[in-house]
Ligand binder design. Structure first.
Ligand code: ADP
Length: 282
């Protein structure tokens, strides 16, 4: 791509108040992850919408928890993996180029991903959306630096799960080709050992109307999943350090299946009493 998309991103961001840089005083409100669940705009004293990022290995459940939190907090859930898959399903010129990269378990270039993300942000602006929960971005330190250059991130939630569970979860993942619902047919039951507790994650089965329409992502096979995990360790793990150094990283070890993990995650985010939580989690 000839023109680096950062300028495009910056233009899109500043045009919409979606990613405005906040003041230093504003920033201190979000310096401690645990105290920053719901940020306050320092100028108005009123709550503003969150600007959060989800990090974590492939299969950890970023999409599941990011989607739930976005519903709970009324902000868009922007998953770069979904943007990539949308592009893959089109017949555009980029599609075959991306398919090759994604199906090898590699990351697509920062330029292309930022271009896709800029378009999604533009769409958010048109719809009047504010705040966001990013899932799958940033995935390299360079992406994190670019993001830092255009907006303040309040909080980065780093989801963690044992590697054996990650592989099983990726292999069990199914998507409804009609409604795009995410399900998982894997039943994960890992014995506790050397002081670690047993981990049980029941399958997340689709409703009857989706059963015959389930598809598996082309990059969810064992060889590619292992490569994605390797790429995560090499290129995305340093992003954790990037945010850890800035005091923005909230580490969250998933204790088990969705009901148990969701309740504990809300607690870790100081959101247990959020009034809409029950309906949002439905
Ligand atoms: N921020 C990004 N930078 C580069 N490539 C990305 C990014 N986000 C998504 N992708 C590409 O899309 C694929 C699918 O992304 P995603 O659904 O987030 O997968 P995962 O389950 O591995 O977290 C990635 O393997 C990668 O090829």
């Amino acid at each position: 791509m000839a023109v680096f998309s950062r300028l495009m991103w910056r233009r899109a961001a500043s045009a919409r108040n979606f990613c405005t840089k906040s003041t230093t005083a504003d920033r201190h409100l979000v310096s401690s992850p645990l105290s920053s669940a719901l940020p306050v705009d320092n100028n108005t004293g009123k709550g503003r919408n969150v600007q959060w990022v989800f990090l974590g290995c492939p299969g950890v459940g970023k999409g599941t928890y990011a989607a739930r939190l976005s519903k709970l907090l009324g902000v868009p859930h922007i998953a770069t993996g979904d943007l990539v898959r949308h592009e893959l399903s089109s017949s555009g010129p980029l599609s075959s180029q991306l398919a090759e990269i994604v199906n090898q378990g590699q990351l697509i270039s920062d330029e292309i991903i930022i271009d896709l993300l800029s378009k999604r942000l533009q769409e958010a602006h048109t719809k009047g959306e504010t705040g966001f929960i990013l899932d799958g971005f940033p995935r390299t330190v360079r992406q994190a630096e670019i993001l830092e250059g255009v907006t303040d991130i309040d909080l980065v939630i780093n989801l963690k799960l044992r590697e054996e569970a990650l592989i099983a979860k990726c292999l069990g993942r199914r998507i409804c080709s009609e409604c795009n619902g995410n399900y998982n047919v894997a039943c994960i039951d890992i014995k506790g050992e050397d002081g670690t507790p047993r981990m049980y994650m029941p399958p997340l089965l689709p409703p009857p109307q989706c059963e015959s329409k389930l598809i598996t992502r082309s990059d969810d096979n064992e060889e590619v999943v292992k490569e994605r995990l390797r790429v995560y360790s090499e290129l995305s793990r340093p992003v954790e350090d990037f945010y850890r150094l800035r005091g923005k990283l909230l580490e969250f070890d998933l204790p088990g299946g969705i009901p148990e993990s969701w309740t504990k995650l809300l607690h870790a985010l100081n959101l247990d009493d959020h009034e809409d939580k029950r309906t949002a989690a439905a």
